[in-house]
Design a protein around this ligand. Structure first.
Ligand code: ADP
Ligand code: MG
Length: 225
């Protein structure tokens, strides 16, 4: 039933001082979940950035949904990030100048959705806020929230436009084990409902062991799948 939706072919990413990725090749299937493990500095975040179109490889191809991301203009890459990808990072990027609800509606506004469509997104994010126990946070500004609350709002924002590719870089880094578990279960449930591909980087052994596809990285290379 599953088919490859992502193809990474001999991808390399060099910075002045380091080889962050040194020839990575793999495929990911639509609607499946993948866990990426590896020591600090092994290239996990760099790989997520390239998958999410936040950066471009030095060499090699990143093909998503039959499109080579290298062929996209900067503008089309921005549209790809907005409409296709949901990012959850360890550190939240909520805008301090607007309340949490407006932060959550920002992707919809950037996507140019109609008022009616934006209303649907609003209903969706309010429901998710209830699920994750942050509904009282919606009218507050990010600085009024705890780290864990900010993290959960950030996760809801990533899910707001039902991304087909969900990239999570240590998404439970700031959460206690109960909320960690809730967040992972929610990410999985929504990925399943939307047939989204879920890619998670984590050091949390309990989260990690439950994933069916495991990718291990070492020194910018894939050492096992
Ligand atoms: P991980 O997420 O597995 O800890 P990263 O992908 O963040 O690893 O980093 C891989 C390597 O690339 C590390 O050696 C890191 O120092 C280097 N690196 C990552 N981003 C940059 C950057 N923007 N500039 C220079 N070096 C970088
Ligand atoms: Mg990292």
């Amino acid at each position: 039933m599953s088919s490859p939706i992502i193809k990474i072919e001999n991808v390399k990413k060099f910075y002045k001082q380091s080889r962050a990725l040194n020839g990575v090749t793999f495929t990911m299937n639509e609607g499946e979940e993948y866990l990426i493990r590896g020591a600090s500095g092994s290239g996990k975040s760099t790989l997520l950035y390239l998958l999410g179109g936040l950066d471009r490889p030095s060499e090699g191809q990143v093909i998503v949904n039959q499109k080579n991301l290298a062929d996209l203009s900067d503008e089309d890459l921005a549209i790809y990030r907005n409409r296709y990808v949901g990012f959850v990072f360890q550190f939240h990027f909520l805008l301090p100048s607007m309340n949490c609800l407006n932060n959550l509606l920002l992707p919809a506004r950037l996507a140019g959705l109609s008022n009616a469509e934006t209303q649907l997104v609003q209903e969706r994010v309010v429901k998710l806020a209830t699920t994750l126990g942050v509904s009282e946070c919606l009218q507050k500004f990010p600085f009024e929230l705890s780290g864990g609350e900010q993290q959960r709002v950030n996760i809801i924002r990533a899910l707001s436009l039902k991304p087909k590719l969900l990239l999570c870089d240590e998404p439970t880094g700031n959460l206690d084990s109960e909320n960690s578990n809730k967040v992972i279960q929610l990410l999985r449930k929504l990925a399943f409902e939307n047939k989204a591909t879920l890619v998670v980087v984590t050091h949390d052994p309990i989260v990690a062991e439950s994933f069916s596809n495991q990718i291990l990285m070492k020194d910018g290379k894939l050492v096992a799948t």
